[in-house]
Design a protein around this ligand. Structure first.
Ligand SMILES: [Zn+2]
Length: 408
């Protein structure tokens, strides 16, 4: 039977507290008056909540004279006191697992990274070696910081069963399969520990702290070794039944295509990848001898995007093909869910955004909703770092939505 739950006064009070805290953290400096306007709560209610949060050491006041961007337009009068997270407020440990890199960070509820350590590797003996590396990073960082740690969130390459905290069977991940990572880390640290798909984490970073803050529905597309996507629907991350939502790399763009390790045929990941792009460069370079790519023996993703941004014809052909594959898969998602906004993140801080331009062009010609609505394709606020920031956002979101307590 479907369960419904009502709200008592205590629930409503808690909900308001977390709403006020969320506005203070994600807006990085608002006044009590701003919060009352944004929430519709009375000034007295906001004042009482803020007083409590200050007494608990979570929020602090900041004089406007400290603020380099005064908001009173030069008018003299009573300056509002800005609110911000306390420098002693509790922190979050975020971990990002990629195929050849682990990044471990300590951040606060505002998504600000305070400490970070990276480990590069080219092989892993087994799951225990992965745990050793993550724990070494955790211990190093927690020794540097005296603030309490609320929880650990692990953003990882998939496929995962995030609700059970299990890394299932990521392709080419050193044979690590069905690995119950969250229960092991929880056992060692005693902290609440969660697992989230990396692209889902990226989507949440954009929703909470990034360019998607005011966009209710969007798809976040992350391009790395493989391609992942995360869905934000009605202002919330959509994780599906077991946290496997957004596996766009394993949607088929060719039912007669090659067999994929996932069991499906013609998956996007088999077509839109750097190896295929490199092969295309190799095949076409005799026809484009002036291209800088023609003289590079092993062009990287960065090389190809960089050349395309500088209007190199060979690079543009290769990127065009890549974007065609991605667009075919995207159209399925965007048409199915009637989403008109795409946020794209990839490991490159290059200006130019040619990938966004090409994808937008392709979608504008084929997407159903493009007939009556503009398609918006924007670059991630965090470039390739959205999944890492998202590992922090995943816990912050749980606290703001009351599914995890701020107090032990
Ligand atoms: Zn597949």
């Amino acid at each position: 039977m479907q369960k419904s739950s009502g709200s008592n006064n205590q629930d409503v009070k808690q909900k308001n507290r977390m709403l006020v805290l969320k506005l203070i953290t994600v807006n990085k400096g608002v006044s009590r008056v701003d919060i009352a306007k944004m929430t519709g709560l009375s000034k007295m209610t906001v004042g009482n909540i803020v007083t409590e949060l200050i007494e608990q050491g979570i929020v602090t006041e900041k004089n406007l004279s400290d603020n380099p961007f005064p908001q009173n337009n030069g008018n003299y009068g009573r300056k509002p006191i800005m609110l911000t997270l306390s420098p002693d407020s509790p922190c979050i440990c975020g971990m990002l697992i990629k195929r050849e890199l682990c990044q471990i960070v300590i951040g606060d509820l505002s998504g600000t990274i305070l400490e970070q350590i990276n480990y590069e590797f080219s092989s892993l003996e087994n799951g225990d070696a992965l745990i050793d590396m993550l724990m070494q990073g955790f211990q190093t960082l927690t020794a540097r910081i005296e603030r309490p740690i609320l929880a650990i969130s692990i953003a990882s390459l998939g496929p995962l069963n995030s609700s059970d905290g299990i890394i299932l069977n990521p392709p080419y991940f050193y044979g690590i399969e069905n690995f119950p990572i969250t229960s092991i880390i929880h056992k060692i640290t005693g902290l609440p520990t969660f697992l989230v798909n990396d692209a889902n984490a990226g989507a949440l970073a954009e929703k909470l702290y990034g360019i998607g803050k005011d966009i209710p529905n969007f798809t976040y597309l992350h391009i790395m070794n493989g391609i992942g996507s995360g869905l934000v629907l009605k202002d919330s991350l959509y994780e599906g039944d077991t946290g496997q939502s957004g596996e766009i790399g394993h949607t088929s763009i060719n039912f007669a295509g090659p067999q994929c390790a996932c069991g499906n045929k013609g998956c996007l990941d088999l077509y839109a990848n750097v190896d295929n792009m490199r092969q295309k460069v190799f095949e076409l370079s005799p026809f484009y001898p002036a291209s800088p790519l023609a003289s590079v023996s092993h062009p990287t993703w960065y090389d190809i995007v960089d050349c395309a941004n500088r209007k190199d014809a060979l690079a543009i052909i290769v990127i065009e093909e890549f974007c065609s594959y991605v667009s075919y898969a995207l159209i399925n998602t965007l048409n199915l869910l009637n989403i008109a906004t795409l946020i794209v993140g990839y490991d490159s801080s290059l200006n130019g955004f040619i990938i966004e331009d090409i994808i937008k062009n392709k979608l504008s010609r084929t997407l159903l909703s493009a007939n009556y609505d503009d398609i918006t394709v924007i670059h991630s606020k965090f470039n390739g770092n959205a999944p890492l920031i998202g590992s922090i956002a995943f816990i912050a979101d749980k606290i703001f939505s009351l599914s995890l307590s701020l107090f032990k």
